[in-house]
Design a protein. Structure first.
Ligand SMILES: [Mg+2]
Length: 218
């Protein structure tokens, strides 16, 4: 379905993180650890010391990986377990005509490989891209801003909506969660929202999200 041709703002939208939210585990971290283990260790020390931003760390890690290993990286994420209930949640959103936008702080090609046929059901997928023409991977990110490689709030700002639902679990989901009218949070994002005194819904799988929205959207 093409949403961009609509002249009226879409009333409701769902913005969804990818790693650890759509997937059970953070696959991007696993890829980085598998293909650039020593660089990851070095970068993590600097990130914890505060001398390096997460964005700089991710860029350095990905750009240390030879382009010759790109296909192997894509194959590495084959068969990634997705959180249960995604298909029926997407059925529900289609029935309600609510766009589902995936925003990942990782790499688009990895996200698309893991989503498989489900990728077509998202109204858009945002993530960083990689150029494989040089000896090592090169990261290209249209929505890079501040300390973020993919600034999720900046992507939300490109849409008109009256009611945004955000789903996330991590540190890069803070801005997106604070800009949403309803948040489904897990792990770190739930702890952060507790500290901010912001209400959110705890969830484990997409069946939980669907049930909560069925009640709210009656
Ligand atoms: Mg995440």
């Amino acid at each position: 379905m093409e949403w961009s041709c609509m002249t009226e703002p879409v009333a409701r939208m769902v913005f969804c993180d990818f790693d650890g939210t759509i997937t059970v585990e953070d696959t991007f971290v696993k890829v980085c650890r598998h293909f650039a283990a020593d660089v990851v260790d070095r970068m993590l020390k600097d990130i914890f010391k505060g001398t390096l931003t997460l964005k700089e760390g991710i860029r350095t890690i990905v750009e240390s990986i030879p382009s010759s290993r790109y296909e192997e990286m894509l194959d590495f994420v084959n068969g990634t377990p997705l959180r249960p209930g995604l298909d029926s949640f997407l059925d529900f959103l289609e029935e309600k005509q609510v766009p589902f936008v995936v925003i990942s702080g990782g790499l688009r090609s990895l996200v698309e490989r893991q989503l498989g046929d489900i990728a077509k059901r998202a109204s858009a997928i945002y993530a960083a891209d990689v150029d494989t023409a040089g000896p090592c991977l090169h990261v290209i990110s249209e929505f890079e801003e501040g300390t973020e490689l993919v600034n999720k709030k900046k992507i939300m700002d490109t849409y008109s909506f009256t009611d945004a639902v955000a789903l996330g679990d991590g540190v890069t989901d803070h801005g997106m969660a604070m800009a949403a009218s309803l948040v489904f949070a897990r792990r770190h994002l739930a702890d952060y929202l507790d500290k901010q005194n912001r209400p959110y819904v705890r969830w484990n799988d997409f069946h939980d999200v669907r049930e909560a929205l069925v009640r709210r959207w009656m």
